[in-house]
Each structure stands twice: as C-alpha cells, then as structure tokens.
Design a protein around this ligand. Structure first.
Ligand code: ADP
Ligand code: MG
Length: 222
C-alpha cells in the first residue's frame, strides 16, 4: 500500500482567546494512492479546512501534510504554488470557471499559467470521457450546471495531477446529474490512476467511495 497523502497532528485554529475556533483539532489521516475517499460531516465540522490543508491552499497552525514524498511545510510560497498546480486538481462546488473564457480556454488555463504546453491528446481524451467535445467553444454561461462542473473536472484533470481534491462538487446539481458527475470522476480517476478525496453531504455519493471518513468538531471520528 502506498500512501499518497499523509496528514499528521493537523490543527487549524482561527482567532484567539475567547473567540478562538478550532476548525481542525488534531487530525491524522493517510490516504492510499488511487483510492476514492469521501469526507462527510455536518456543516462547520472542518471538512473544507482539512481539504484546503491537504492541498496546500492553506497552512496548518500545527502538524504536517505530506503529498507523495513532499512535505508541504518545506516549500516556500512560490514552490507551493507550482507544486499545487502540477500535483493537485481542485474542484469546487461553484465550478469557478472564468466567464469570459471558452470551455477549452478554461480547461487549459492552469496549465498555460504554468508556462507549459497543454497535452492536447490527453485533455481531449478527458473531454470525450466527460462528454464535452461539442461544448469546447461555448462560454460557461451557455452550459448547464452539470456541464459546467464537467468542464471544471476536465480543468482539474488537464495537468494530470496525482491527487484530485473536490469540495462538495455536486452541491449545486440535482441528484441524477450528481450521480453522473461522480460516476465520471470515478471513471477518470481509474483511467488516469488518480487519488480522489471528495467532501460530500450526499450519502448516496459517499456510498460510491472506497472509503468514508467522518469528521466532527475538527476531529476524525470514523
Ligand atoms: P465545513 O467545510 O465542514 O462546513 P469549515 O472547514 O469550512 O467547515 O469550517 C470549520 C470551522 O472553522 C467553522 O466553525 C468555520 O466557521 C471556521 N472557519 C473556517 N474558515 C475560517 C476563517 N477563515 N476564519 C475564521 N473561522 C473560520
Ligand atoms: Mg465546507
């Protein structure tokens, strides 16, 4: 078993004194490469905080995160940004597509930011798997919610990251579209040997995962 993500003694506190919020209060978590893990828990339990720390979008108050062989705390701001862009694909509930760019431009945007040439063949394979080939010239506003989320997934896949981190990716979708989108993510995950960590409120989606991690009050309880 190879562990691709390893969080040790992870704490994230906001504020201080009487108003201090312990968003994460001592999390140890290891995620096996290639697996699809669902993170569940009530609102405010610390799920997004955990995901952001795992992906290096935020820094812990205490503890460490290792992605593959890389200790995130050992990277300065610039190297952390580069590492994130290359190794991690993020998917958010509100898609975060850029409205004035076409679907194709959105998909290749992070790779271009990195000054790299997009791997067209690979990206077109993902585009086809996601059923987006006829929408590449459209603007995000011309797509349905499900199509926008599929575009965001293609964008997350475009840099061929080893890890996909998704924060309630189907939160804005109806249940049937949600099932389709998750099915596609599982398929691309398998196809491209990716590790997926996904926050969800939806028990049916959690059931599709290889493993379910439950978080309560900033701690893992199951
Ligand atoms: P979840 O994603 O499970 O709903 P979050 O990780 O977003 O929970 O938040 C966990 C706790 O940390 C909540 O009490 C939230 O209000 C608090 N929190 C999150 N981000 C911040 C922040 N930037 N500043 C202050 N408190 C925050
Ligand atoms: Mg959240």
């Amino acid at each position: 078993m190879e562990m691709i993500l390893k969080a040790t003694g992870l704490k994230k506190y906001y504020g201080r004194g009487d108003t201090m919020v312990k968003a994460l209060d001592g999390v140890d978590l290891e995620i096996e490469r290639g697996k699809f893990t669902a993170i569940i828990g009530t609102s405010g339990s610390g799920k997004s905080t955990l995901l952001n720390l795992l992906g290096g979008l935020d820094v812990p108050t205490e503890g460490s995160v290792k992605v593959g062989d890389t200790e995130l705390a050992g990277l300065d701001g610039e190297h952390l940004t580069l590492f994130r862009r290359r190794q991690i694909g993020f998917i958010f509930q509100n898609y975060n597509l850029i409205p004035v760019l076409t679907v194709w431009e959105n998909i290749v945007f992070p790779v271009s930011l990195d000054g790299r040439k997009p791997d067209r063949e690979f990206i077109m394979e993902a585009v086809r798997l996601l059923g987006l080939e006829k929408k590449l010239d459209a603007l995000p506003g011309q797509l349905s919610g499900g199509q926008q989320q599929r575009a965001a997934i293609a964008r997350a896949l475009a840099s061929r990251p080893s890890v996909i981190l998704a924060d309630e990716p189907t939160g804005n979708l109806d249940s049937r579209t949600s099932g389709d989108v998750i099915g596609l993510m599982k398929m691309t995950g398998r196809e491209f040997q990716q590790t997926i960590v996904m926050i969800t409120h939806n028990p049916e989606i959690a059931q599709m995962a290889d493993r379910v991690v439950r978080i309560e009050d900033g701690r893992i309880v199951a």
